[in-house]
Design a protein around this ligand. Structure first.
Ligand code: FES
Length: 180
């Protein structure tokens, strides 16, 4: 038997879009947890307690909540977790590097706390992108040379040989040359 549950959190009932419509779908399966009544969820376990045994959990939430749900999921009844962030993930252990845009004959410097996409957009505003989280592939760019620290979840190992997602992947330092 399929027993879907929805856990809906937000600042307050007044700030949560479509609240009445969602509850009307099935009041018994829509769990409403506004922060001003329950507090901001401090653990993933308190949200995962609604998951039936063997459930697949889909979590779209602030980064803190996703981290908590990821941490607590193995101890819950849920069997799997998929998640989507509201915002781009923070850059972890980034180092500065240079990008040479071969076709436009430009060299750009990417600082440790910015993405290649952000820096390229400063000078090429029409560069294509979408998710900015490394899963849609819209920003894929051919790499002519350089060592890439691949951080995406969309390209295959074979594609990594000569392609990178500029929204999340970086160089390990030095300079990379892109076909752009
Ligand atoms: S914008 Fe989606 S993978 Fe880069």
């Amino acid at each position: 038997m399929v027993c879907r549950q929805l856990v809906y959190t937000g600042r307050s009932r007044a700030s949560m879009p479509f609240l009445d419509e969602l509850i009307a779908l099935d009041p018994a399966r829509v769990r409403v947890r506004p922060y001003d009544e329950y507090g901001f969820p401090r653990t993933g376990a308190e949200l995962l307690e609604y998951a039936p045994a063997g459930a697949t959990v889909y979590c779209c939430a602030p980064a803190t909540t996703i981290a908590n749900v990821r941490r607590d999921r193995p101890a819950s009844a849920a069997a799997a977790l998929h998640f989507e962030r509201f915002t781009t993930p923070p850059i972890a252990e980034g180092v500065p590097f240079e990008i040479e845009l071969q076709r436009s004959n430009r060299v750009l410097t990417v600082p440790a706390d910015r993405t290649a996409l952000e820096v390229i957009r400063d000078t090429v505003p029409d560069v294509a992108y979408s998710c900015q989280q490394g899963f849609c592939g819209t920003c894929r760019t051919r790499v002519i040379s350089g060592e890439i620290d691949h951080r995406d979840r969309v390209l295959t190992d074979r594609e990594h040989a000569d392609t990178m997602t500029i929204c999340v992947s970086r160089a390990r330092g030095g300079r990379i040359v892109l076909d752009r």
